[in-house]
Ligand binder design. Structure first.
Ligand code: AMP
Length: 572
């Protein structure tokens, strides 16, 4: 039982947030001062000639804008075990592997207690707003969270994905309890060595505690869709396990088996009930509320590269609200969703001015040659920016690579809409298409023939320069039997949907060859996920790479090896 005392004071949290965002400019100054004072002895800052100054003007004059590439030599020395203060005053003992699915390899970023604290602050803030509109009762959460193994770098530091570092931190569980959000699965499942087995057990735990489940969540919503797609395959096995009280032999790890044995007792009524409920569904519509009658909502990051999964998520959710979670990265948190009832497509994130120092490069101007960042309170509504982070974990004026749009202000702190990752671009000559452009094209093309039950399960893209001139290749994994004529039309529609002037004009004069739609075998994107998990990425942070570059050979190979049909556009 949770004592009432331990629960968060939602009103107080909201009040703190309101007062901080009313005073965003001063809070930003104080935050920068704090970061620079705590880390003034770090070699990186010492070499930049700040000489103890902590004001934004001196900071901007002395410290350059950097990318991960620029910091790599410093981070590498930390990873290799150097104990001198390199990027932070206090030594870094833990490293996060960012999912890195865009570059084809994980990249290292520092993690520390201050970053953990800001993570919990974001969790608490958005919980306060969420709980005001969608109060939950004492119960449990079905959370599809997976904590891959932490390893040791050769310099003796602990390394894991950011979510792993957070889930394994001793404060995490207490924080979840205070938010009445404790996971229904035992630690052995969350920390299990094989995510396929953990996923099965998460589902089983959810069913065992079905009457107590208050919400269903994961870090990125892809994991929720993935979980219920898996459920469609294994539901009868799950029912059998519950009826007999014996765990399927597919779960082989002894620690996971013994933890599950403590929860699983023969319960023929429950097994039959779930069987009956599943059999009564029409194409799995409304599966989640059917299985978890007390669930109030579904929660996870649903914006950006997660948007393409919303349709499927809504299908499983029936009438349950979908609440998009906060905005952050392995490098640091940025903003909280304080309007949880807004549909995920419109979700925005209010920047918390005390969790880092933020700057924004206006994208209207010529960014590459002469980027002129502005401060948090200087941004303009309606404009797009690239976001720059200065964190408590040793990153100073770090270009995160995300593009955001300012939609409004909450008091004096901006509300951001996530637009896309900057470097995810389809480009051959003068054409420029972002991840968002690709997503819109795929959406349009998948609706070409509404009567055909065409469901695009997942997609990616590639610029193929082996033809002359080069052309865009779009990979689709689809559900259902779809005829050649329809797919040909989809291919034409994709080609027409990239409306960037550079693309259209290049296509018209054949400076870019016809777009190619390649349909891949069922399970191809699962193979890609497995590939990344094999490289040490956590399922919790997985994002399908939407554009596969030539250096990402393995993923390109998986896609190309699984092509079953291909179509060339005749749209131009
Ligand atoms: P990771 O490298 O795994 O830490 O992922 C961080 C990246 O995920 C960010 O830089 C964003 O591109 C993306 N991301 C994180 N939160 C959100 C969000 N709420 N909406 C859209 N994209 C997000």
């Amino acid at each position: 039982m949770i004592e009432k005392m331990e629960l968060l004071d939602v009103d107080e949290l909201i009040e703190e947030f309101e007062s901080m965002t009313k005073n965003a400019e001063n809070v930003q100054r104080d935050t920068l001062k704090k970061i620079l004072e705590e880390n003034g002895s770090a070699e990186y800052l010492q070499n930049l000639g700040l000489n103890g100054r902590t004001d934004p003007e001196s900071f901007k004059a002395c410290v350059p804008l950097v990318t991960h590439n620029d910091l790599e030599p410093y981070i590498q020395r930390i990873v290799d075990g150097s104990s001198s203060p390199i990027l932070t005053g206090k030594p870094i003992t833990t490293i996060s592997l960012s999912s890195g699915t865009t570059q084809g390899k994980p990249k290292f970023v520092p993690f520390n207690e201050e970053l953990m604290e800001t993570t919990l602050q974001i969790y608490r803030t958005s919980f306060a707003f969420r709980n005001r509109e969608f109060p939950i009762e004492n119960g449990k959460a079905l959370q599809f969270i997976y904590s891959s193994k932490q390893s040791q770098t050769k310099g003796g530091l602990i390394a894991g994905t950011a979510t792993t570092n957070v889930f394994r931190n001793s404060q995490f569980k207490n924080a979840m309890n205070a938010m009445q959000s404790q996971c229904c699965s035992p630690d052995e499942v969350i920390f299990g060595p094989d995510f396929h087995q953990s996923l099965y057990c998460h589902l089983l735990c959810g069913l065992i505690f079905r009457e107590e489940i208050q919400f269903v969540s994961s870090t990125f919503s892809h994991s929720i869709v993935h979980a219920f797609r898996t459920f469609e395959q294994v539901w009868e096995e799950l029912c059998a396990d519950i009826r007999e009280g014996v765990l399927t032999s597919r779960i082989t790890y002894p620690s996971v088996r013994s933890a599950m044995a403590k929860l699983l007792k023969p319960n023929p009524e429950l097994g039959d009930l779930i069987h009956e409920k599943c059999s009564g569904l029409n194409n799995w519509y409304g599966l989640i509320p059917e299985l978890f009658p007390k669930a109030k909502y579904i929660y996870g990051i649903m914006t950006g590269s997660m948007e393409p999964y919303l349709k499927k998520l809504r299908h499983y959710a029936g009438g349950l609200p979908l609440l998009s979670a906060d905005y952050g990265s392995s490098e640091g948190w940025i903003g909280a969703n304080v309007n949880p009832s807004v549909p995920p497509e419109l979700a925005t994130y209010v920047v918390l001015p005390n969790i880092g120092y933020f700057e924004f490069i206006p994208l209207k101007e010529n960014v590459e040659e002469y980027p002129k960042p502005v401060g948090l309170t200087e941004v303009k509504v309606g404009e797009e920016y690239e976001i720059i982070i200065t964190s408590f974990a040793g990153l100073y004026r770090y270009r995160l690579g995300d593009v955001v749009k300012v939609t409004s202000f909450h008091n004096s702190s901006p509300e951001l809409k996530f637009v896309c990752r900057r470097n995810l671009m389809l480009t051959i000559n003068i054409d420029k298409n972002t991840e968002k452009d690709l997503q819109l094209a795929v959406e349009a093309a998948s609706q070409v023939n509404a009567e055909e039950k065409l469901e695009v399960l997942d997609f990616s893209s590639h610029v193929d320069l082996s033809t002359d001139p080069g052309h865009y290749v779009i990979f689709w994994e689809i559900n259902g039997e779809v005829g050649d004529e329809v797919l040909k039309e989809c291919c034409n529609c994709l080609d027409r949907s990239f409306v960037d002037a550079g693309y259209v004009s290049s296509r018209k004069v054949n400076a870019i060859s016809p777009l190619e739609l390649r349909v891949v075998r069922k399970g191809t994107f699962q193979n890609i996920l497995d590939h990344y998990v094999g490289l040490g990425a956590a399922l919790s942070q997985f994002k399908t790479p939407r554009c596969v570059g030539p250096r990402n050979r393995e993923v390109l190979q998986i896609l190309c090896d699984n092509v079953v049909k291909s179509y060339l556009s005749t749209a131009f």
